[in-house]
Design a protein. Structure first.
Length: 170
């Protein structure tokens, strides 16, 4: 045995991936998958399977256990992929496929924490600029890191945030 006291020989591989510290988000997605199966919501079920697969892949690929920040990063990556895919489908004249991508994005967004308000973003940008003392756009990255640290735990779109920081540093 490989140190998995609760595992049987046939379950050793499973235990390496599905051990006692499985994150609550994966459990929540699994419960929602069961509910979607029962209510026959194919679109939602497909999106939930994609979320679970991405989380499990991250869990397997990462040497350390998944934490909340890693889970958020996976979800944000999936949202970005869906947004870009929807834009590409629209450019290609495939409106139906674009709507499917946007529906998947909406399912994924339901698992993100609340979005930061404009007032919170503006306050965080002002505080970060004051704290860092940076006034030029050449050092915008330092300000961005400080702002993102202040807004940790809230959902903020990176592109919109960088535009606001750039405008403040103007």
């Amino acid at each position: 045995m490989i140190g998995h006291s609760k595992c049987h020989r046939a379950d050793v591989i499973k235990c390496a991936f599905y051990n006692d510290d499985v994150m609550a988000l994966i459990d929540q997605v699994q419960q929602d998958m069961v509910a979607a199966m029962k209510s026959r919501e194919e679109g939602k079920l497909s999106a939930l399977r994609m979320i679970k697969a991405a989380l499990m892949k991250q869990k397997v690929d990462s040497p350390k256990p998944l934490d909340e920040a890693a889970e958020l990063q996976v979800l944000k990556s999936l949202i970005k992929q869906r947004t870009e895919a929807a834009e590409m489908f629209r450019k290609g004249g495939r409106e139906g496929q674009a709507e499917k991508e946007e529906a998947e994005r909406a399912v994924i967004e339901a698992y993100l924490p609340a979005a930061a308000t404009d007032a919170e973003i503006e306050a965080a940008i002002s505080e970060a600029i004051t704290e860092t003392g940076i006034t030029s756009q050449k050092q915008m990255g330092v300000v961005m890191k400080a702002v993102q640290a202040k807004l940790m735990g809230k959902t903020v779109e990176g592109k919109a945030l960088s535009e606001k920081v750039r405008a403040k540093l103007g």
